[in-house]
Design a protein around this ligand. Structure first.
Ligand SMILES: Nc1ncnc2c1ncn2[C@@H]1O[C@H](COP(=O)(O)OP(=O)(O)OP(=O)(O)O)[C@@H](O)[C@H]1O
Ligand SMILES: [Mg+2]
Length: 253
């Protein structure tokens, strides 16, 4: 895959000089971050540091005040069909699953492709069943979300994101709402995706996942990217005081 003639290599997502305020609060401070195709970036940092806002800015659930964000070299569209296309290209998996309660598991996965991608329903169903198989919940296809465990629902949410053939998937604390015994089954699906070359931005406190699957760890505090490094480097030798303090706290658990 060579994008010859450009200097941008294969950066899939690029944030340049991004600033965002909520009223007086400066939540994203001059963020510069490039994510290469196939890269897995884990974002960590204290509560309120801007991790969710960063994710939401990348699929334009939050507009930014200043700077640029590009996907595949194109600035993020702000409205209309182009925005719907962007949302399809940037998958998102939230802490709270966000499945449609009144739709079956299968319908949850086929809805996006049928509506947004205009995929033939039969084709969408077949693909959805393959994806549900891949995340280990094919036998739940006819049920409704409330009939599934949290871990199963989150795996459905991942299958739903995959059904759109996204260029990148953003995960915002995908395991934080899960009972401990269900965390691993979701992380395993994510580790598999990472191995298969999916571009992923993952906000998580699961340091084991970061060590296993991340190419890079980005540490945020107070709206800034304070440091970034390979997991190996970051965990053994964090350079900033704030990262040292943060790791000291979470690694004690
Ligand atoms: N819609 C909003 N309106 C006003 N302030 C907001 C809004 N969303 C977030 N904030 C504030 O912006 C800051 C960053 O929030 P954000 O949710 O991005 O942090 P976070 O790093 O994801 O935190 P956590 O680890 O708790 O999820 C926080 O101070 C938060 O209170
Ligand atoms: Mg958050």
């Amino acid at each position: 895959m060579s994008d010859s003639g450009t200097l941008t290599k294969t950066d899939l997502v690029a944030l340049t000089g991004v600033n965002k305020h909520f009223g007086e609060l400066h939540v994203l401070k001059d963020i510069n971050l490039s994510i290469a195709k196939g890269e897995v970036v884990v974002v960590i940092g204290p509560s309120g540091s801007g991790k969710s806002t960063l994710c939401r800015a990348i699929n334009r659930l939050e507009p930014i005040d200043e700077g640029t964000i590009t996907l595949d070299g194109q600035p993020l569209p702000s409205e209309g069909k182009a925005l719907a296309k962007l949302r399809a290209d940037v998958g998102m998996v939230f802490q709270s699953f966000n499945l449609f309660a009144h739709k079956t598991i299968l319908q949850n996965v086929t809805l996006g492709p049928c509506k947004v991608r205009k995929t033939d329903p039969k084709v969408a169903e077949q693909r959805a069943m393959e994806l549900l198989e891949r995340v280990g919940v094919a036998n739940q296809a006819a049920k409704f979300p409330a009939q599934l465990s949290g871990g199963q629902q989150q795996r459905v949410a991942i299958a739903r994101a995959l059904a759109m053939d996204p260029k990148v998937i953003l995960f915002d604390e995908p395991t934080s709402a899960l009972d401990p015994e269900m965390i691993q089954e979701v992380l395993e699906v994510m580790i598999d995706l990472a191995k298969q070359g999916m571009t992923m931005v993952v906000v998580t406190h699961e340091m084991g996942f970061a060590r296993t699957a991340a190419n890079r760890v980005v540490f945020m505090a107070d709206g800034e990217i304070v440091e970034q490094a390979s997991p190996e480097e970051f965990f053994t030798n964090p350079t900033s005081r704030r990262a040292q303090d943060f790791l000291g706290k979470i690694l004690k658990h």
